[in-house]
Design a protein around this ligand. Structure first.
Ligand SMILES: N[C@@H](CCC(=O)N[C@@H](CS)C(=O)NCC(=O)O)C(=O)O
Length: 203
């Protein structure tokens, strides 16, 4: 099996964290590629061009971090990172969905700087995504105190870690999430002590 991602993709990082958490380093080799561009050879593997993707032994290609994380966690028949059914499962899915919503917004915001020159930046998109991200950072200031986010590592924690831990959001103008959010700051520091999170942090 082969897990493909770019070096800095937060979605790819989620799959990489799960790979390490599940001890799949030898079963699922990790390959770094560059995305985008004309005639990128990666399009022959995954026509959507998105990372992460996971190539299975029979050649099947899985794309999308949620599907890949689900697959990697269930390979041994003993999933530890995904929620159980019932109320507690709903709670984990709820938190994970908010974190994913935040990550999707931040990705859009980052793309304004990564792929569009300053003269065509959309002030409306930047403003909208900054406000969304700040509102959700405030939500997480409260949520990180919950048992679900302080107990054994799970997909909700991994999703949140791939937003806040590392340098992904460091240079987003006006995203002062550390201000007045001491619980979130502490949580990020603590989750970073986990080797799977630490080792996958973008340099
Ligand atoms: N919903 C997808 C999003 C993946 C995604 O947007 N990946 C970005 C990198 S962060 C990508 O592949 N971009 C390349 C492109 O858009 O061509 C997932 O969860 O895996």
């Amino acid at each position: 099996m082969k897990l493909i991602s770019s070096l800095k993709s937060p979605y790819g990082r989620m799959a990489r964290v799960v790979r390490l958490e599940k001890g799949l380093q030898n079963t699922a080799k990790y390959e770094v590629i560059k995305t985008r561009g004309k005639k990128n050879p990666y399009y022959n593997i995954n026509p959507s061009g998105r990372v992460p993707s996971l190539i299975l032994e029979d050649g099947t290609v899985l794309e999308d971090s949620s599907l890949i994380c689900w697959y990697l966690d269930h390979i041994d028949g003993l999933p530890t990172l995904h929620p159980l059914d019932g109320r507690l499962g709903l709670e984990q899915r709820r938190i994970e969905a908010i974190a994913r919503s935040m990550l999707d917004g931040i990705s859009l915001w980052l793309r304004e700087y990564l792929y569009r020159s300053p003269e065509i930046h959309s002030k409306a998109i930047i403003h909208h995504e900054r406000e969304r991200a700040l509102r959700l950072a405030t939500v997480f200031e409260k949520e990180v105190q919950s048992e679900l986010l302080t107990g054994p590592i799970n997909m909700a924690q991994i999703t949140l870690a791939c937003i806040f831990h590392g340098k992904l959001i460091d240079n987003l103008p006006g995203f002062s999430w550390k201000e007045e959010r001491p619980h979130l700051c502490y949580w990020v520091e603590r989750i970073g002590q986990n080797s799977s999170v630490n080792e996958t942090a973008p340099s």
